[in-house]
Ligand binder design. Structure first.
Ligand code: CA
Length: 220
């Protein structure tokens, strides 16, 4: 899943970005509110980590505009401010969760899994369509009798499909969810990942619709 990180402090931004990449997310970073709002209009991201104290347009204003535009994108507010009023305002404006800096990166990752799960309409820890299951905490996947540990990219691919079971995702849509701005994407990268997931979990785990894209079965 591709995450937009909005953070003007370079050191904090780099630390969060590294932790997210290690946890199989693709990450794009911006440092000010105007750029954040413009970037969010592209609809390319699956969730946002939003600092509140930003140069120019602040994080609360970015959030307000996003929700005003009708977006349901999961937003976790990350802020150094300890004012309780501000946190309440953030939640009232439609933030899904918040973390006060400094925070433990494992807590951030757990909260992200939770908001992404709820976004997919699932309260359970496992992402599943009834046949294929994926554990975002461990990257372990199963399909019928097969169980395997997926690589970071394989996980991102299967997660993208399992968040929308029954929907065909094109090559461009999958690339957009798996890779960040600064990453070089080989033309056969998606085929390579699908091959990897099928090798581990069986050929039927991901279906191909020729000329259109790929999908996993609709949830039963
Ligand atoms: Ca800041």
């Amino acid at each position: 899943m591709r995450i937009l990180l909005v953070e003007d402090d370079s050191m904090i931004g780099a630390a969060i970005s590294t932790a997210l990449k290690d946890a199989a997310y693709a990450v794009d970073c911006v440092k000010d509110g105007e750029t954040a709002s413009r970037t969010l209009e592209t609809g390319e991201h699956g969730a946002v980590l939003l600092d509140l104290g930003l140069p120019g347009r602040d994080g609360l204003e970015v959030l307000r505009r996003l929700r005003q535009a009708g977006s349901k994108l999961p937003v976790i507010v990350i802020t150094a401010r300890d004012g309780v009023d501000e946190r309440i305002r953030g939640l009232d404006l439609g933030a899904d969760d918040y973390l006060v800096k400094p925070f433990d990166v494992n807590e951030l990752l757990a909260r992200m899994r939770a908001v992404i799960r709820r976004q997919g309409g699932q309260a359970a820890q496992l992402l599943s369509n009834g046949r294929v299951s994926l554990d975002p905490a461990t990257r372990e996947a199963s399909c019928e009798a097969a169980t395997a540990l997926l690589s970071a990219r394989e996980f991102a691919l299967l997660q993208a499909l399992l968040l929308r079971p029954g929907a065909i995702l094109t090559r461009a849509e999958l690339e957009e969810r798996i890779y960040g701005w600064n990453e070089e994407v080989e033309s056969n990268a998606i085929d390579f990942l699908i091959h990897g997931v099928r090798r581990k979990l069986g050929a039927s785990v991901i279906k191909n619709v020729r000329g259109a894209g790929w999908l996993v079965d609709k949830a039963k």
